[in-house]
Ligand binder design. Sequence first.
Ligand code: GTP
Ligand code: MG
Length: 209
Amino acid sequence: MARTRLTAAQFVTSAASARDLLQTPLAELAMAGRSNVGKSSVINALAGRTLARTSAAPGKTRLANYYRLEPERGQAFHLVDLPGYGYARGAKEGRAFASLAQEYFFGGADAVWMRPAIAGVVLLVDARHPGLESDVEAFRWFTTQGCPLRIVATKVDKLSRAERQRAMAALQQAFGTAALLTSAQTGEGIDELWIWIAQQLAQWTRPAR
Ligand SMILES: Nc1nc2c(ncn2[C@@H]2O[C@H](COP(=O)(O)OP(=O)(O)OP(=O)(O)O)[C@@H](O)[C@H]2O)c(=O)[nH]1
Ligand SMILES: [Mg+2]
């Protein structure tokens, strides 16, 4: 599979709170997952260049960061790097993350709609820790909304062959669906993730205003 070619890829803006979230006619592809799972690294792997800052210390991405990608074929869209959940070094900050993600997806604590701009959600889970409660909870949260979702297991380069087999089975067991195994380091699975993203973008229809 040839790598998806981009005619442009750039950082657009960071939203620190709900009122900074963008309202544009572009489709959005959201990257969700625990802190340190590798969201920013997967964004860089998808873009084929360093767009997002990564860090060995969890909680690097504290804002919703928007990146505009323009595939050679197909429509430009926004990749949205969301703050990781499960980062609790300071409960107040943890709550702020949670509420920003909540606002992003549902427009507020009591709202039930899914942001209409969302063409799909990539839920990243660490291949070394399949089936964590917070990941399963997030999975349920999205699926009850009928949101197109793909489970993407990260950092598979860290697994031995036997561990891969075990991880695949455990992921299937935890989520009831096959996870896509990826590595931002080796590029494994990134082309396949692009295929899924392109499908979601092609199926997405711009909401009527
Ligand atoms: N070996 C390996 N390390 C990875 C991979 N992806 C990410 N990492 C490392 O994992 C750490 C966290 O990666 P990030 O991409 O910053 O994670 P994040 O989910 O954006 O983290 P927050 O912004 O804190 O929520 C960094 O040290 C990365 O280098 C991978 O595929 N393989
Ligand atoms: Mg990040």
